[in-house]
Design a binder for this molecule. Structure first.
Ligand code: DGL
Length: 265
């Protein structure tokens, strides 16, 4: 089991920002990434549809014999985390809780903002989780952020205008920390920071998620002892060539091969 891979899935390419961190923190682990690009974006789908996709993706990765599942998509996590954790016989980690913990540790004013897709914000999960810890939350759906990133325009003046527009409600608040609760938003970090000012801390959940994965594997004695270089495999449900092209934005290491997932052919 120790030599088995960690499986990660996302609606598309963005979850590679999580895989990047996992590869950094767990350099001996074999990783299998599945990007469900045929159904991208999840951020404007219904709860039922997102849940179904999440189950299909998890099943595909389970069929590859993974030892741990990391739900790398915030939207999928917002709707499917509990259901997958209950159903699967292997451990499941999501990007949600590690991000929230990092946010809680960072805020001083106890006023925070969470930025996510329309579906993530509509799930109400972050609002409820933070309010139950006596934190004042501004939850903002930013549906146009993902296309700007995928078009390779994170610093375009139009992206800056949209960022200003979405984040305007935070201007006269005591918010001191902002959670980037979407796989793509780390690529807009610079522009978001510029719009909010340097006094605001931005939290990316990926590093905390990778650490949570490391702790869990350690606790369950599932770490790979690492005698040979790790193997990284990439699957997509649509157009492997396009995946390889766009993946470069999110994952700095070479991607030799991207395979079409057999279940989606
Ligand atoms: N991966 C999604 C997330 O983290 C963003 C892209 C999408 O809408 O599918 O919420």
């Amino acid at each position: 089991m120790n030599h088995s891979s960690i499986g990660l899935f996302d609606s598309g390419f963005g979850g590679l920002t999580v895989m990047r961190e996992v590869a950094e923190q767990l350099p001996h682990e074999n990783l299998i990434y599945f990007g469900d690009t045929a159904h991208l974006p999840y951020g404007n789908k219904s709860a039922e549809t997102i849940l179904q996709y999440a189950f299909d993706n998890a099943q595909f990765l389970l069929d590859q014999g993974i030892k741990l599942l990391i739900i790398s998509c915030h939207t999928a996590c917002s709707y499917a985390f509990e259901a997958l954790q209950q159903k699967l016989s292997i451990p499941v980690i999501g990007v949600r809780e590690p991000g929230i913990e990092a946010l809680l540790q960072a805020t001083r004013t106890k006023q925070v903002a969470v930025l996510g897709t329309r579906a993530t914000i509509a799930s109400g999960f972050f609002q409820a989780a933070l309010q139950s810890r006596q934190i004042d939350v501004h939850a903002i759906a930013c549906p146009l952020f993902v296309p700007f990133v995928e078009e390779g325009l994170p610093n375009h003046p139009a992206a800056k205008l949209i960022i200003e527009h979405y984040l305007a409600p935070l201007k006269r608040t005591a918010v001191d920390t902002v959670l980037l609760a979407c796989t793509h938003y780390p690529l807009l970090r610079e522009a978001i920071q510029e719009a909010l000012g340097s006094h605001i801390q931005l939290i990316e959940p990926a590093p905390a998620t990778a650490l949570a994965a490391r702790d869990l594997l350690k606790k369950r004695k599932l770490l790979n002892p690492g005698t040979s270089p790790p193997v990284y495999q990439f699957y997509t449900s649509d157009d492997p060539q396009k995946f390889r092209q766009l993946a470069k934005l999110f994952f700095p290491r070479p991607i030799e091969q991207v395979l079409l997932s057999p279940c989606k052919k």
